[in-house]
Design a protein around this ligand. Structure first.
Ligand code: CP
Length: 292
């Protein structure tokens, strides 16, 4: 039984194995393969989610697991119960694994040492979102056949982005050329990544847009939707200059007409909804690894 707390410390081979296994699950014609019958998995979301929570639930149900959904908003967290006590409560009831999304950074690693069940990180603060990065890598690999030497520019609010960080760690291990492009107020200068202009970013094989995470802003990082779109948005005009083989990605949820124009979300070169689709197979592989 194995936790998945992040990709920073995961070996390249293990990442590749998960992508291979996701390919196996994607290719299975039947919807249900109950290899996890009798296993109980809890989805513990202390922060809101649509894609991650539901694709984990679909993945768990496709594997035949019993699913428990915990949402902090309607739980005893509202009475002051701690994250640790919540997870221990579910563990004491017999769950076999927990999917967990948290606001604070640095809590998950310690939590994983204090419980016996494997934990899968569904996003913790701006630290890591490993299954999002795995589904992003899966989507890119599916498109290009390989990852080595591809150029990716991650554009936008990297300061607050766990998606950017998990992708960065994994993409570097897999031989991709990673660059960031962001407003100075949303840059993550502590990370060893070159920053490029929007003009340069548009020359990439993979153009990965990020959501402006207004709910995490504390220091007036965001001026206005208009100014952001003008300088860092993937507009229809900008998208006209990307290479015919390039793809557009975004982890979603999307601020349409802020970081990406409405018309581009389902553009032929966009892979945004394919990312969501691929998330199910990737999460099947991750849950199987945790409980296999
Ligand atoms: N991409 C992503 O993590 O979306 P949710 O916040 O809806 O899970």
């Amino acid at each position: 039984q194995r936790s998945l707390l992040g990709l920073k410390d995961m070996a390249r081979e293990e990442i590749t194995e998960l992508l291979e296994r996701a390919g196996y699950w994607e290719a299975r014609p039947e919807k249900l393969t109950p290899v996890l019958q009798g296993k109980f998995v809890a989805n513990m979301f202390f922060e809101n989610s649509t894609r991650t929570r539901f694709s984990f639930e679909v993945a768990q149900k496709r594997l035949g697991a019993e699913v428990l959904n915990f949402s902090a908003a309607v739980s005893s967290v509202q009475k002051g119960e701690s994250i640790y006590d919540t997870v221990r409560t579910l563990e004491s009831m017999g769950i076999d694994a927990g999917i967990i999304r948290l606001k604070p950074i640095g809590v998950l690693a310690e939590l994983a040492t204090r419980v016996k069940v494997p934990l899968i990180n569904a996003g913790d603060g701006n630290n890591e979102h490993p299954t999002q990065a795995l589904l992003d890598l899966y989507t890119i690999r599916k498109q290009f056949g390989a990852l080595q030497d591809l150029t990716v520019t991650i554009i936008g609010d990297v300061l607050h982005s766990r998606v950017a960080r998990s992708n960065l760690w994994a993409m570097k291990k897999l031989g991709m050329q990673v660059r960031f492009c962001s407003p100075p107020s949303m840059a993550a200068r502590e990370l060893d990544v070159p920053y490029v202009t929007m003009e340069e970013a548009l020359k990439s094989d993979v153009i990965m847009m990020l959501r402006v995470q207004l709910e995490r802003h504390e220091n007036g990082e965001f001026e206005s939707a208009e100014a952001y779109r003008e300088h860092y948005g993937l507009t229809v005009e900008r998208a006209a200059s990307i290479a015919p083989h390039a793809i557009i990605m975004h982890p979603a949820p999307i601020n349409r007409d802020v970081e990406i124009d409405d018309e581009l979300v389902e553009h032929p070169q966009s892979r945004i909804f394919q990312q969501m689709q691929n998330g199910v197979a990737v999460r099947m592989a991750v849950i199987e690894r945790a409980l296999g």
